[in-house]
Design a protein around this ligand. Structure first.
Ligand SMILES: [Zn+2]
Ligand SMILES: [Zn+2]
Length: 557
């Protein structure tokens, strides 16, 4: 008997139209395979929020059909949402590289999520999850253990690039594939390619990680007497490894500083991904016992993160005290939006007498993402029938789509997806289906916050607040005057205060005119009326908070 036709679909639940919180669901019939589940750090649009993760509603509704979650690599935008996903759906089996899962496990322990089933895979491993067969293809990126994915479905092969770059002279012991591997995958016939788009605006190709090592080596050679502090991303194990090797060659001990630097380096050493002699490491507490030219500190904080080791050093709040003559090397480039924080840190380091090398000064940092020529090469080698760009803001996706059409993929076979989009992969065309619930969840500490709460926080920080306290005797239908009005972050002139009082009294009279007093209705209407009155005086929309205190009769005088 012929089996009933089942459609193949891709649901984009995060990571399109944005760089962050990647989450893609590949769906065959009812069965679901998840690729990545990341988080995003909030910007100033979400005051007081720790983290943003994808909205999991669609997955919760379909949880019994989820066959597994495959993780391309251990960066936050690919694994940071997993603890929150597992709180909703505890039993999803998860597959990824040793380092990605070690970082994830650390995160799960911190969040006390202990239901995870983590399965380590190696390069070229192939696993079967329901109707999907997933092959893990090792790629070069700014973290060890990064994979592209070749996913065989009953309707053909889906190739997901993950985050990647082409590095012809990679370092470290987990070597990415050479480009012939991609050509072989292309030769198998790829139905759909999902391609990362981060660096589509950067011409040419990325420089090899090896160059960063050479630059840092030169800096060490030129500064033999100085204490050297290098700040970089903790997850860039290859970079940290290079710095250690250079420090060793220079006769310096190495100290790790910053929570994630210490944790991830420890994991990498345990997993055999970092080659370092323990006798060359010193605890950061003992750095002060060494002469400046005998020690090198590798620290977090290359993005000016407020709680990071480098920021604490710059503010004089760290165990490591910056002293006159220290050399600080920032081996990263600013992620857009972080520039101001980084410059503040640099200024403060200078104030304490350090010299700072940073930015695009020579080759202090290379990106982990493919530039235009590499993206073009990947598209040409894979030559998919259908192409959907991912991992980019809208303009990145648009330019990547244009590139795909320029190299010969039919324009009608290319789609740009938005969050919530579901696209069906038919025999000869892509078809957009109805959107599913998707978006963002805001995490503050242990709690998920609603969009309303975020809106209120924004309003509070931008516009201030007015509290109107009404002492009401409901039975007697009286209200005590004068009305207490308190403001915070909002300058209320006398005339505004008088107007609020009049508005309140007028409403109270209306609402008690021949009927019992309804506290909730009164508060609701008062909010709206006061807000409307305020705009007669100032161009501001403070948060209005009426508080009705119901007095009993005895308390009334
Ligand atoms: Zn990445
Ligand atoms: Zn990424």
């Amino acid at each position: 008997m012929k089996e009933k036709y089942k459609p193949l679909k891709v649901a984009f639940l995060g990571g399109v139209g944005e760089i962050g919180k990647n989450l893609t669901a590949i769906i065959y019939g009812e069965d679901i395979l998840l690729v990545d589940c990341g988080s995003t750090f909030p910007d100033t649009n979400a005051p007081g929020i720790d983290l943003i993760v994808p909205d999991f509603s669609f997955l919760v509704e379909n949880k019994k059909h989820i066959k597994g979650l495959v993780v391309t690599h251990g960066h936050e935008d690919h694994i940071g949402g997993i603890p929150y996903l597992l709180k909703e759906i505890p039993n999803i089996p998860i597959y990824g590289s040793d380092l990605a899962l070690a970082i994830l496990n650390h995160k799960l322990e911190e969040k006390r999520v202990n239901t995870a089933k983590l399965n380590v895979v190696k390069g070229f491993d192939s696993i079967k999850l329901g109707p999907f067969t997933v092959e893990f293809i090792p790629v070069a990126h700014s973290i060890i253990g990064a994979f592209a994915l070749a996913i065989t479905t009953p309707h053909g092969l889906i190739f997901h690039t993950g985050d990647f770059k082409i590095d012809y002279t990679p370092i470290g012991n987990s070597k990415p594939v050479d480009i012939s591997t991609f050509a072989k995958i292309g030769a198998r016939g790829v139905k759909l390619m999902l391609g990362e788009s981060t660096n589509i605006e950067k011409p040419g190709t990325t420089i090899s990680e090896k160059h960063v090592g050479k630059t840092i080596d030169k800096i060490f050679m030129a500064n033999p007497d100085k204490r050297i502090i290098v700040a970089t991303f903790a997850s860039n194990v290859n970079r940290v490894q290079q710095i250690i090797k250079i420090a060793q060659k220079d006769g310096r001990k190495v100290a790790f500083s910053g929570r994630s630097m210490i944790a991830i380096s420890e994991m990498a050493i345990d997993l055999g991904l970092m080659d370092v002699d323990k006798k060359d490491l010193v605890d950061v507490d003992h750095v002060k016992d060494y002469a400046p030219n005998q020690v090198c500190i590798i620290s977090t904080g290359s993005q000016g993160e407020p709680m990071s080791a480098l920021t604490r050093m710059a503010n004089g709040e760290d165990k490591v005290k910056i002293q006159e003559g220290d050399l600080v090397v920032i081996s990263s480039s600013a992620i857009p939006g972080n520039e101001k924080a980084i410059y503040t840190v640099i200024n403060n380091l200078y104030k304490r007498g350090a010299k700072v090398l940073y930015g695009s000064l020579e080759e202090l940092h290379v990106s982990g993402h493919a530039c235009r020529e590499e993206l073009k090469m990947m598209l040409s080698l894979i030559r998919p029938q259908f192409f959907i760009p991912v991992h980019g803001e809208y303009r990145h996706l648009k330019q990547h789509a244009k590139m795909a059409s320029d190299i010969g993929i039919k324009a009608s076979n290319i789609e740009i997806a938005e969050i919530g989009d579901v696209i069906e992969i038919k025999k000869n065309k892509l078809q957009r289906l109805d959107k599913v619930t998707a978006g963002a969840l805001f995490v503050d500490g242990e709690d998920n916050l609603s969009h309303d709460t975020i809106k209120q926080r924004k309003q509070l920080s931008n516009e201030g607040m007015i509290v109107v306290v009404c002492d009401v005797n409901a039975k007697m239908r009286t209200i005590r005057t004068p009305i207490t009005i308190r403001t915070s972050g909002f300058v209320a002139k006398d005339e505004i205060n008088r107007d609020i009082e009049l508005t309140t009294l007028k409403l109270f009279n209306e609402q008690t005119d021949g009927k019992p007093f309804d506290k909730n209705a009164f508060e609701e209407v008062l909010k709206k009326r006061v807000a409307r009155r305020i705009t007669k005086f100032v161009q501001q929309k403070p948060l209005i908070m009426p508080i009705v205190v119901e007095m009993d009769e005895d308390a009334n005088e």
